[in-house]
Ligand binder design. Structure first.
Ligand code: IDP
Ligand code: MG
Length: 152
């Protein structure tokens, strides 16, 4: 694994789960070459989601965001690999799906900013906080047989 490998927290939101997009989103990270090191289905409490989105607590859409995120289970994941945080955000697309390029997850499967199906950490620091919040039990460190074919 290269020295600059990172970890990012990626989540399929309740609308992504309900619309049957879990496998599609996982497949994109898997096929790109990222390594899955944690995964679970969780119906999060409002308190937990308020911690996850603490930076947005003063936004007018915050109550609606928490209600949406608490409306059903989410798929919480940690993916590891080269430049995982920035590349993960590029794969997700812009926050508003109308501004997301085709080929991105939001650009292919979403239309509304308040139903944008997936989450990805926006910095290495946020990723560390989010991974600790969603996976207090820790992640699974393992080696992929494909690693030497994905990384030079
Ligand atoms: P991000 O998910 O691309 O990092 P953030 O600005 O961190 O975007 O916002 C978190 C989430 O809050 C978004 O993914 C979206 O679900 C929701 N959100 C952001 N802006 C709006 C808005 O203007 N109206 C409704 N929901 C919003
Ligand atoms: Mg964000």
């Amino acid at each position: 694994m290269p020295n600059n490998a990172e970890r990012t927290y990626i989540m399929v939101k309740p609308d992504g789960v309900q619309r049957g997009l879990v496998g599609e989103i996982i497949a994109r990270f898997e096929k790109r070459g990222f390594k899955l090191i944690a995964l679970k289905l969780e119906h999060a409490t409002k308190e937990h989601l308020e911690k996850h989105y603490a930076d947005l607590k003063d936004k007018p859409f915050f109550p609606g965001l928490i209600k949406y995120m608490a409306s059903g289970p989410v798929v919480a994941m940690v993916w590891e690999g080269l430049d995982a945080v920035k590349t993960g955000r590029v794969m997700l697309g812009a926050t508003n799906p109308l501004a997301s390029a085709p080929g991105t997850i939001r650009g292919d499967y979403a239309l509304a900013v308040g139903r944008n199906i997936c989450h990805g950490s926006d910095s290495v620091e946020s990723a560390e906080k989010e991974i600790a919040l969603w996976f207090p039990e820790g992640v699974i460190q393992h080696t992929m047989a494909s690693a030497e074919w994905v990384f030079e």
